[in-house]
Write a protein that binds this ligand. Structure first.
Ligand SMILES: Nc1ncnc2c1ncn2[C@@H]1O[C@H](COP(=O)(O)OP(=O)(O)O)[C@@H](O)[C@H]1O
Ligand SMILES: O=P(O)(O)OC[C@H]1O[C@@H](O)[C@H](O)[C@@H](O)[C@@H]1O
Length: 512
């Protein structure tokens, strides 16, 4: 009996020791995994660093590339596209003219706008003029663009657009009907790089963001739209073709004459600004009477050795629809921020079992983690980070995460968004430098208004606050006080309608 008891005790003790050893080994393994995960986070944070000195180097590089892009076609990765909006028949500079436009137009001043962006497609009806002038009435409809149309045929895309426009026109109330013999007129906002050949013609240079339709490249997008409108029986003339940054500048200028720069932070990113005509060596056409021209920078394609690129950015670019293009856009704008976050989480799952022994299958799907979900995670204010928990469950099917795991996910959102926002601020500083507005009190009336638009800027509060705080950091309080950010919500749609009005075929009747 004694031997049996002793034996059992020895076995029991051995079992306890074995379990303890297992627990210790598991804890060591977990602590080893955690340490590995934290090392990945630390390395990522360091490589995303945007200290003030680096941002100022980037701003200087942006200004240098702007000069190069204005000097000659192809002189820079910045296309610096001339927008043609200012060679008005009346010789007025576009924006002054728009400002007085409503005075010339009477109640029939109904114009349409059509805005093709990277994610959404909007149609707008604007009634200008009337006794009080200004915008008397506006209404719009929005639809997301079916992903299949982003990589189908040119006709399929433009037929979809024409169909939506036809439906919108059919809903037109009787009071907006044009008098017999007068064609409806449209401002076409096209959020992609176009080499403009006139106010209402221009060829697509290349697609960006999620679009990749080979048979549109090199084509006149107004001609493509016009053919589709004819196919759909829509009697409408495209009076103006503008990039969304130009539309935002025009729309912003309509309400505030000090608007001199427009920045879009949406699915993609871009900027436009008012340049002195003499500062555009590559322009050999007639100089506008105003002496100023409006430039669509296409700054999404900016590239500099100073940009804090990580292995995740490089892999994203290599696997993108447009490798080697739009690098600045890919680390600052809405289409990509969530995807960068996903790539970091995937590496942590693979190399440090961050979400357990198995790598979550959904985490391997590109673009499954959209920036709107990332901002919800980033801006979770609950004590147990339950929004983070829900997003991880619903999007990635990752359950039972610990609070400290969720905190790391939030921190990664902060790293990605902070880098993007601070780089956007550096871009704006570069534009202000080029304009000579980065020092106190420069610019007419001492104030420079930057019209901001885009769903990322509008909806990602942490990103927007970081951008504006970074502007103060870079400019200093004295200069910052002369730079005003105005959120011109859907300014590009209004701007496109205004530009259509300012290039209307029927203007002479009103001006005479
Ligand atoms: N709540 C949100 N948080 C963060 N980003 C958002 C949010 N909502 C939209 N976005 C971003 O804004 C983009 C849409 O921008 P928007 O300007 O509305 O359309 P488009 O890019 O088609 O012109 C989306 O692709 C997304 O990246
Ligand atoms: O409004 P979106 O879709 O975010 O577009 C912003 C910018 O996106 C870029 O990819 C385009 O080249 C620009 O022309 C455009 O202005």
């Amino acid at each position: 009996m004694g031997k049996v008891v002793v034996g059992a005790a020895v076995i029991g003790a051995a079992a306890v020791v074995a379990v303890a050893a297992l627990v210790v080994r598991q804890r060591m393994k977990n602590s080893g995994r955690w340490a590995r995960a934290m090392a990945i986070v630390k390395e990522f944070e360091e490589k995303c660093g945007t200290p003030e000195g680096k941002l100022k180097q980037i701003a200087d590089a942006m200004a240098v590339e702007m000069h190069a892009g204005l000097a000659s076609e192809g002189g820079s990765k910045l296309k610096m596209l001339i927008s043609f909006v200012d060679n008005l028949p009346t010789g007025y500079f576009l924006f002054q003219f728009i400002y007085f436009l409503s005075v010339f137009l009477d109640e029939e001043g109904v114009f349409y706008a059509l805005d093709l962006g990277g994610t959404n497609f909007r149609v707008l009806r604007v009634q200008l003029g009337g006794k009080e002038g200004g915008i008397v009435h506006q209404e719009f409809a929005e639809a997301s663009i079916p992903p299949a149309l982003m990589s189908g045929s040119s006709d399929a895309l433009f037929d979809y657009i024409a169909e939506k426009l036809a439906n919108f026109v059919d809903e037109e109330e009787q009071i907006f009907h044009q008098p017999p013999g007068k064609q409806r007129e449209l401002g076409f906002t096209f959020s992609f790089p176009v080499m403009q050949t006139s106010i209402n013609s221009g060829t697509l240079i290349r697609w960006t963001k999620g679009f990749s339709i080979d048979d549109t490249v090199g084509q006149d997008v107004v001609a493509e739209l016009t053919k589709a409108l004819q196919r759909k029986g829509v009697d409408m003339r495209v009076a103006a073709l503008v990039n969304d940054t130009i539309g935002t500048l025009a729309g912003g200028k309509y309400t505030d004459k000090d608007v001199a720069v427009a920045v879009i932070l949406g699915t993609g990113t871009n900027a436009a600004y008012v340049e002195r005509a003499q500062a555009i060596p590559k322009w050999h056409g007639p100089l506008p009477k105003s002496g100023e021209m409006v430039i669509n920078m296409e700054w999404g394609n900016f590239r500099s050795s100073h940009l804090p690129l990580t292995e995740y950015d490089i892999a994203l670019d290599v696997e993108s629809l447009n490798p080697g293009e739009q690098i600045f856009e890919k680390i600052t704008s809405g289409m990509y921020l969530g995807e960068i976050l996903r790539r970091v989480l995937l590496r942590m799952a693979e190399e440090a079992s961050f979400f357990g022994d198995e790598v979550p299958a959904k985490l391997k799907i590109p673009f499954i983690l959209r920036t709107p979900e990332m901002s919800a995670i980033h801006q979770d204010t609950s004590s147990d980070l339950r929004v983070v928990d829900n997003k991880l469950k619903n999007i990635l099917e990752i359950s039972n995460t610990s609070l400290k795991t969720r905190r790391v996910v939030v921190e990664l959102c902060n790293i990605v968004a902070t880098r993007g926002a601070r780089l956007a601020a550096a871009g704006i500083l570069g534009v202000l430098k080029k304009m000579g507005r980065d020092t106190p009190g420069e610019g007419p009336g001492g104030k420079t208004v930057v019209a901001m638009d885009g769903g990322l800027y509008e909806h990602y509060t942490e990103y927007r606050k970081c951008l504006e705080n970074t502007m103060s950091e870079l400019l200093g309080e004295e200069t910052k006080s002369s730079i005003v950010f105005e959120h011109s919500n859907d300014g590009s749609g209004i701007g496109a309608a205004l530009l259509a009005a300012s290039h209307s075929l029927y203007l002479d009747e009103k001006l005479s």
